[in-house]
Design a protein around this ligand. Structure first.
Ligand code: MRU
Length: 346
């Protein structure tokens, strides 16, 4: 891969600015943990696993800051947990990573703040490394489900840009390609933030994987008129029954796939499964600024003052999902049982 999503230098976090892609490949350096939190809200970094990893590093940076400034360590960390919790509501990996960092800090109680900060950096690195290893494992499990020659459709960006590296849905595509399978990808543009147009097509082209961009409203016609072997998407939060929240528009694609008898695969690490939620009805859906819908790149595409509704995610019901591919294996319906069985392996 000749780009990176995030890198921690020991003191600073470097992020590729995903709001600038594909026109500019710009890397931004962060030395202030509050700015790291803001980078999640502003979607400089986005994608469920990537924001979890970023929060991990951001919390390690908060701990380092508390040590440098000699302020109340526990007080500053409590504030930092809360600031990161408020960045974005839907992707559960964020909350999972915050809880993991918090638990690690609690286990180290009694040590000096400097020692705790050092260990929190280690923990953030572990979260990041495990994310890459999970993506590689999901890639292998997913690639095995695809025929040797295949055409797939993906929605949003669940690639290297949405993880520490390699990707979930795009990890499966990469692994299939690395295994010598001839794979072609259709990428939904993914209005309004254009993750498919700006990010998925950019990263697949960089890897030399065949990609064709379509507008979101072309997916039905695509499935009706061309042979699509599978739909492969990522997830932001999966309820215990398999209902899956992912980027807005995924729900419509899941219905289309079901209608056209096309396998619909969700690829996500176990950290994306929220076993505390019985069904997708409980998943909080982020609503973002109307400005994302009424303008792009500073150009207005709707009349001034028009009313806008901008939900950023939707929930695909479990009955539309063929399988959920995790790092520990492939879960099939009924998901309540198959996901619970995989959880035992964590
Ligand atoms: O709003 P975003 O860009 O953070 O949404 C991202 C998605 O919906 C991805 O499909 C999901 O996080 C999975 S990323 C491996």
């Amino acid at each position: 891969m000749n780009f990176f999503t995030l890198k921690f230098t020991g003191e600073k976090l470097i992020l590729i600015d995903q709001t600038r892609l594909p026109t500019e490949e710009l890397y931004v350096e962060y030395s202030d943990w509050r700015e790291v939190a803001k980078s999640i809200t502003d979607m400089i970094v986005r994608g469920a696993p990537a924001i979890g990893v970023t929060a991990g590093y951001g919390l390690a940076m908060a701990a380092q800051r508390a040590v440098k400034d000699g302020v109340d360590f526990d007080g500053l960390m409590e504030e930092a947990y809360e600031v990161f919790r408020r960045t974005r509501p839907t992707a559960v990996n964020l909350f999972w990573a915050i809880e993991r960092m918090k638990k690690r800090a609690a286990a180290l109680k009694g040590n000096s703040p400097a020692k705790i900060a050092e260990e929190l950096v280690r923990e953030a690195h572990a979260i990041s490394d495990e994310d890459v290893a999970s993506c590689k494992a999901m890639g292998k499990f997913g690639a095995a489900l695809l025929p040797d020659e295949c055409v797939v459709l993906t929605h949003c960006n669940a690639g290297a840009l949405a993880t520490a590296d390699y990707g979930t849905a795009l990890g499966v595509i990469r692994a299939a390609s690395e295994a010598g399978k001839k794979i072609s990808v259709y990428s939904d543009e993914t209005r309004p933030f254009l993750q498919g147009a700006r990010l998925t097509s950019w990263e697949l082209m960089k890897d030399g994987i065949d990609v064709t961009l379509i507008c979101d409203n072309m997916a039905g016609h695509l499935m009706k008129t061309r042979k699509i072997d599978a739909v492969i998407v990522g997830a932001d939060r999966i309820a215990a029954n398999g209902d899956t929240a992912n980027k807005i528009g995924t729900y419509s694609v899941s219905i289309l796939a079901k209608t056209h008898n096309i396998p619909f695969y969700v690829v996500a690490p176990l950290s994306t499964i929220d076993f505390s939620m019985e069904s997708g009805d409980e998943i909080p859906i982020e609503e973002r600024s109307p400005a994302e819908v009424t303008a792009w790149g500073g150009v207005r595409v709707a009349p001034e003052g028009v009313k806008v509704w901008n939900p950023a995610f939707d929930v695909s019901p479990a009955q539309n999902i063929t399988a959920i591919i995790t790092e520990l294996g492939v879960a099939r319906p009924p998901f309540k049982e198959s996901l619970a069985a995989l959880k035992k392996g964590i």
